[in-house]
Structures are given as structure tokens and as C-alpha cells.
Design a protein around this ligand. Sequence first.
Ligand SMILES: Cc1cc2nc3c(=O)[nH]c(=O)nc-3n(C[C@H](O)[C@H](O)[C@H](O)COP(=O)(O)O)c2cc1C
Ligand code: SF4
Ligand code: SF4
Length: 257
Amino acid sequence: MIFYFSGTGNSLYAAKYLAEHTGENVLINMADAVREKKFEYMQQPGEKIGFVFPVYFGGMPSVVAEFVGKFRLQSDEVPYVYTLVTYGGKAGGSVQAFQSALDRRYVTLTAAFGVKMPDNYVCMYDPATEEKARDVLGAAEADLVYAVMQINDRKNPGIPHTMMDTVMTAGMQVAYRMMRKTASFKVDNDCIGCGLCEKVCPVNAIEMVDYKPVWVKAECVHCTACINRCPVHNIQYGDKTKKRGRYVHPILNPESE
Ligand SMILES: Cc1cc2nc3c(=O)[nH]c(=O)nc-3n(C[C@H](O)[C@H](O)[C@H](O)COP(=O)(O)O)c2cc1C
Ligand code: SF4
Ligand code: SF4
């Protein structure tokens, strides 16, 4: 069983890769699970339990924190539980934050992996260009192969982190809370009314009104799916994103969810 969350496809790709190569074919989107209030799961004998998600502000996306905060795992054995985080620069204290959250649910994290993937954070800086993304994704394959080998052998190589990472993450999470406010979203006049932004939002924060997106929740996960996936780059966040590029993993074609 692999639980995942992904805004622009990197973590979805990683989760699908792990599913294919570790034989754990049950993939559960944590955002869907939160929407459906489905937090209780049963481990089958010998089943490995994985969690795959992107690093946000050195920690977990809010919807992952919400899911893990209510997660319940029933099992008749001590399960092998791993996480694989994808990040654009540095995993920070994300694994430690996740581990603490799991501990509170009486589930012990056995192994952790970090895979550098293209940066998608358009609200803060220019995301990876096509060329850069190709290079980074090429290098990520080796990290994924390594993770698969470790997972299949039920090992725990750990990922390096310092006390400073944990301290920095706590500070960065304050900024995350601010950035999650949807009041900064704007739409240009090029909207073609396709509704993709509404469809891909993991927390239903967008509704189409008169063929234009309207943010109906005060806060969201800030996953950047709406901004990065809009086919005509019509969505902006603040006043800097207009000049920036967009990033979407090739696993997501413009029409897929
Ligand atoms: C809100 C937000 C915050 C982010 N913060 C970090 C960060 O603190 N460190 C980092 O290395 N990458 C950060 N990133 C980049 C993503 O972790 C990275 O691009 C990830 O692979 C995206 O995964 P996805 O395509 O599955 O959504 C951030 C991205 C977003 C949208
Ligand atoms: S994805 Fe872009 S073009 Fe499509 S409805 Fe949303 S803003 Fe308009
Ligand atoms: S509104 Fe946009 S950035 Fe916020 S959660 Fe929905 S898709 Fe992601």
C-alpha cells in the first residue's frame, strides 16, 4: 500500500515507480482520503507501507499532515513503513516532522528516502526549465532505483539531517501558513474556461463561476497545481508569477487529473 500526494506530478511519478517495482500496487491519494474521511487501513501480511509526498517549506504539505494526524493502521505484525519525499533543493526536516506525526499515531517509521526532482515552486522563484527538468529527472532515476532496492530488502539507509534542519523547518512552516492564503490568487483575461484548475485542486478550493475560476476557500494546500497546470498560464499568485515559467512532470498530460 502506498499513500501519496502530488501537486505537479513528481511525487505521483515516484509513487507509481515504487508501486511498479516493489509489488505494492495499491495507491491511495491522501487528498482523496481526507476528502472521503478515510483514515483507517489494514495491513495485509508482509505488506510494505509507503508514504510519498513533496517537501513544502521544509515540512509536509498541510493535507499530508492532516491525513497522518488521523491515520490508523491495523496490523498483526510490525510493518515495514517507509517514506520517500521529493524536493527541489533540500529535504530539510520533512522526514523528522513526518516521523513525529506517525509516532503520535503509534506507527513506527522504518526507512526514509529523499529524491531531488524539478522545483515547481513558481510562487517563490522560476521553476525548473524544460532542459533543467530533463537533467534532474534523469538523475532522479538513480535515486529511485536505489530506494527500490532498499525497500525490497526492507533496509533503512536513513537520510542525513541536522538539528538545524528541524529548527529551520519550524520557522519555515510559519511562512507556509501565510502563503496558503488564497487571497493572493488572480486570474488574467486569457481564461478559456476549461475548468482544469477546478478539477485538479486537491482540496476543492476552486469553483468555476461563469466559466472563470473563483477561490472559495480562504486557505489551500498551496500545491501550485492550478498555477502550473493552467494550459494558458492564466493563473497568477501575487505579482511575480506572470514573468515566470511553469513546471509539470511529463506524467501529467494537460487533461489528466
Ligand atoms: C509550497 C511549496 C513549498 C516548497 N518548499 C520546498 C522546500 O522547502 N524545499 C525544497 O527542496 N523544495 C520545496 N518545494 C519544491 C517541491 O518540493 C518539489 O518540486 C516537489 O518535487 C514537487 O512535487 P510534486 O510535483 O509531486 O508536487 C516546494 C514546493 C511548493 C509548491
Ligand atoms: S485552467 Fe486556466 S484556462 Fe482553464 S479554467 Fe482554469 S484559469 Fe481558465
Ligand atoms: S487552489 Fe491551487 S494551489 Fe491551492 S490547493 Fe488548489 S490547486 Fe493547489
